[in-house]
Write a protein that binds this ligand. Sequence first.
Ligand code: F3S
Length: 295
Amino acid sequence: MKVLIAKNSGFCFGVKNAIDTTMNIFQNTNDNKNVYSLGPLIHNNQAIEELKKTGLEVIDSIYDVGKGKVIIRSHGVPLDIYDIAEERQLDIVDCTCLFVRKIQKKVNECYNKGKNVVIIGDRNHPEVIGINGWCNNKAYIVNSEEDVNKIPSLDQICIVAQTTITNEKFETLSELVSKKSTDVEICNTICNATHIRQNSCKDVSQEVDAMIVIGGYHSSNTQKLVEISKMYCKNVYHVETADELPLDALKKHDKIGITAGASTPTWIIEEVYDKMVNISEDNNDMAALLENSFK
Ligand code: F3S
């Protein structure tokens, strides 16, 4: 049996940075108390449980704590959170993804120049709430044609996107928003990490007899990987952990592919890999492929 791990499986750059930074805090201190993340650091139950064991506590509001370190996750936060943290003498560990920070700075600059900011995305998503907080919560947030219809004619507009929306949605809605003004700046701020992961999943699915997709059952980006896998491969197994692997069914296949959603920790991917090593007779190939995969 041969096993291929799709490139770019698992954590994206921003999530990996947040996890590594958090783990470093715990590795480099004797005091594991008073380390908080503002909102869950990652949408993966197994990873959250592991982080809790190291001492990380999740808080919903910056007002929930009076001292210690507060980790800002990759989604970022509204600008005023930094002032509130300073007033409360909290130590901020900022893990805002670089790509999200770029959007925050852009909308802040536009707002200060008197431009109207339009964010294409989900108004309830923490990333969008955070970006809006960099333009004094004055952005028009649109996720549908109906939302765009509610925007009046405006002088100057700057359009940005939530990093994880589809290009198709961005193109359709930005075109409609553009009709609201004669002075429009369109910034396509979609992050291509998701797109790259999906493409790698497609490539591997086409080559194998069975695909293992690792990730939360409620994770929308993992479900998308399942969908893509099913388009190109007849046998697709979606698991959250290595314990769930249907080993008897997997044994029947000659070539197996593995991919994982954006919130799947590397150690879970490795556990799946280890289980596959145990039922495979061709371990060397797998080791080489694994080495090439976590990029
Ligand atoms: Fe991840 Fe940052 Fe892109 S958090 S999805 S690399 S915007």
